[in-house]
Every structure is written in C-alpha cells, then in structure tokens.
Write a protein that binds this ligand. Sequence first.
Ligand code: FE2
Length: 128
Amino acid sequence: MAEENKGLGDLICTYDTAADEAMGKRESHTPRIEAPDVVKADEAFEIKVSVGPHPNKVEHSIRWIEVYFREEGRDFNPLVLARVAFTPAYSEPKVALWLNLRKSGTIFALQYCNVHGLWSAEKDVGVE
Ligand SMILES: [Fe+2]
C-alpha cells in the first residue's frame, strides 16, 4: 500500500507489523506495559509503561506516551486513560499510573518518536 493512502491506524507500528525493521529499532520503540493479568473490580492497581533504551536528545527522542483502554461491552472505544509529554534530555519515557477498572478489556500504550513515528503495544487485563 502506498504510504500516502494509509489511514492513521495503518501508520501505527507494532513489534509485529514492523517485522521488516531492524530488531533493535523494534525493541527500542515498542512500549512495554507492565500490568496484572487479572484485577479486582474498582480496586486501584498500578501499571507501568516505558520505552527504550532509546536516544533522548532534542533531535531524536520519545516525545509522548498515551494510554488507552478498550473496555468490553462499551459502545464507544477506546477510553483515554493518560497522556504524558516528555522534555528531551530532562525526562525519561517511563510512566506509572493507577487505574480503576470495572470491566475486562485491553490496555493500549501509544508512543511517539519524532524520528520513527508512532508505536503501540497492548495488554489484556481481566476484571473479576
Ligand atoms: Fe526513534
């Protein structure tokens, strides 16, 4: 598919869809989501999202991370859970969040590198 005909979703790389890229580039850009596999409904729990190791200079750095949630059974998805912007050289692309979920679903982390574009990852979380 020609680059100019792609929609926004087609322009988001994942570890798997960027299989033709160098392994180092895939590993250094795919967000890592640390979250429990199962949580209790309405009981706050911590997740961590990080990217790297990756250059952290004005000319090349991770500029922001956003975290979304696709909730099972919800009419309109996703929910935006958090949005964090980073200042090159001063802040590292690592965030910790506390979430309260009522239904199972999928957490998505999206990050933007000013040179290598948008990269995402996902993690299922069950609510019991
Ligand atoms: Fe990059």
